[in-house]
Design a protein. Structure first.
Ligand SMILES: [Zn+2]
Length: 90
C-alpha cells in the first residue's frame, strides 16, 4: 500500500512541482495522459522545472502628493478628499 502511494506520488511529481505555475493545468494533463510513456513524464518534469516567463513590469513615475483611489485606481489631485472619477473618499 505504501509502495502504491509512493508510486502515485512519483508519477505525479511533475504536476506537484509545477502546481503554482501559470501552465499548471497543462503540466498536469501532460503528466496524466503521457506520463506512462517515460518521455511524457520527462517532458512534464522539464516543463514543471522550467522558469516562467514573467511579463514586463512598467514603473510609472508618480508626482509628489498624488494619491490613487483604492476603489477605481484613478489618480486624484494633491489634497483631494474625494476621488474625481467615482466619488469615493481617498
Ligand atoms: Zn475612484
Amino acid at each position: 500500500m505504501l509502495t502504491l502511494a509512493f508510486s502515485v506520488l512519483l508519477y505525479f511529481l511533475p504536476a506537484i512541482i509545477g502546481r503554482h505555475k501559470r501552465d499548471a493545468s497543462g503540466i498536469f494533463l501532460v503528466n496524466l495522459l503521457f506520463g506512462w510513456t517515460v518521455i511524457g513524464w520527462i517532458i512534464a518534469m522539464i516543463w514543471a522545472c522550467a522558469s516562467e516567463d514573467y511579463g514586463q513590469v512598467r514603473f510609472v513615475e508618480v508626482p509628489a502628493g498624488r494619491r490613487y483611489c483604492c476603489q477605481c485606481g484613478s489618480a486624484t489631485y494633491p489634497g483631494a478628499h474625494f476621488c474625481t472619477a467615482c466619488g469615493r473618499t481617498v
